[in-house]
Design a protein around this ligand. Structure first.
Ligand SMILES: [Zn+2]
Length: 345
């Protein structure tokens, strides 16, 4: 390690848990973050500052004004330009640490692309907002034998657990046997119940600390519990999760979420939007923009990553990878018909 790096990471090297040997390992290691929202932006910021060698960020969404209260890598200009979160995060993180290789990918993780996007990393980090995607990450991590860290926050509450294939219980052990924490009701998301930025920040910080231990080769220091906290009541909890001796994923190795067909449509994070993803080819956004100008769509706006327009009372956002997010409905049938009428035609 040269003097410049030794100086940059001096406070981490001084910490006896890491030392210079641990820092060397962090610099050579890689992480992939799925979902760059309240938790993901904090985790990515911490790991890039800590000097992780390579960070890939996969996110399907774009920055909106309501994100700015907690998604700490984004600025008002990102929301004005409706930049994809993966791109806005990549730009900001490059300015924070130019020696880290950062790769923002605008995509939705599905059974079709998960293995390709998540292979060959030292750790997989959860920044997602739904259990279906988390169980997909769990299947991928176990099948590829990569450690991964579950993290979630809603209201003033957050929870996290580190999963190491073969050594610890997995997320399916937790969720599919009813050990799921009661505070995380299935119906609750940050879009329906709200979330405090501090709750996401605490959980993301614990996630980043666990990732740092894995990247530095200090797995003996992992906390080994389901850790939860409520920043409103000030209550912290750390409980052991029992391995399910008949677990579908980590014992029987039945990867139902990985083997499932890619969902043709997904209702998103309870915010009155439906995502459609059924095109196998990329969309030409400028051609679509010209076509919409002649149709009854209003306020057609696009940047190099996405195109957005209004068909009152709906707002449609179309990504270059072929996905569309239709805001203003939770009905897949309405979303499909709008998609067929304005995008697929
Ligand atoms: Zn399991």
């Amino acid at each position: 390690m040269n003097q410049e790096l030794r100086d940059r990471y001096s406070r981490q090297i001084l910490f006896s848990g890491i030392g210079e040997a641990g820092q060397e390992k962090i610099l050579a290691a890689s992480a992939v973050l799925v979902g760059c929202g309240a938790i993901g932006t904090v985790t990515a910021n911490l790991l890039v500052r800590a000097g992780v060698g390579h960070l890939r960020i996969v996110d399907r969404d774009f920055v909106e004004p309501s994100n700015l209260q907690r998604q700490s890598l984004f600025e008002e200009s990102d929301a004005r330009e409706a930049l994809p979160k993966a791109i806005a995060a990549e730009r900001r993180l490059r300015a924070i640490n130019s020696s880290v290789s950062i790769e923002g990918i605008v995509a939705d993780i599905t059974p079709k692309n998960a293995l390709e996007l998540l292979s060959d990393f030292s750790v997989i980090l959860d920044g997602t907002d739904n259990f279906e995607t988390r169980l997909l990450l769990n299947d991928v991590a176990i099948s590829l034998n990569i450690p991964w860290i579950y993290a979630a926050a809603v209201r003033s509450y957050g929870v996290t657990m580190t999963i190491r294939p073969n050594d610890t219980p997995c997320l399916a052990c937790l969720l599919e046997t009813g050990q799921k924490p009661a505070a995380l009701g299935a119906e609750d998301t940050c879009d329906t119940a709200g979330v405090l930025n501090a709750a996401a920040g605490v959980i993301a910080s614990i996630e980043a600390a666990e990732a740092t231990k894995i990247l530095a080769g200090k797995t003996e220091a992992l906390h080994g519990h389901l850790v939860s906290c409520d920043v409103w009541s000030g209550r912290f909890q750390s409980v052991r999760v029992a391995r399910n001796p008949d677990c579908r994923a980590c014992v029987r190795r039945v990867f139902s979420f990985l083997e499932g067909d890619a969902q043709p449509h997904i209702t998103m994070c309870g915010r009155d939007s439906v995502q459609i993803h059924e095109r196998s080819r990329k969309l030409d956004l400028s051609a679509l923009s010209r076509r919409l100008a002649g149709a009854s769509a209003a306020e057609v706006r696009n940047n190099e990553f996405l195109l957005r327009f209004r068909v009152s009372p709906y707002e449609m956002t179309v990504f270059a990878d072929g996905r569309a997010i239709i805001k203003g409905t939770q009905d897949p049938a309405i979303a499909r018909s709008l998609d067929a009428r304005y995008i697929s035609s």
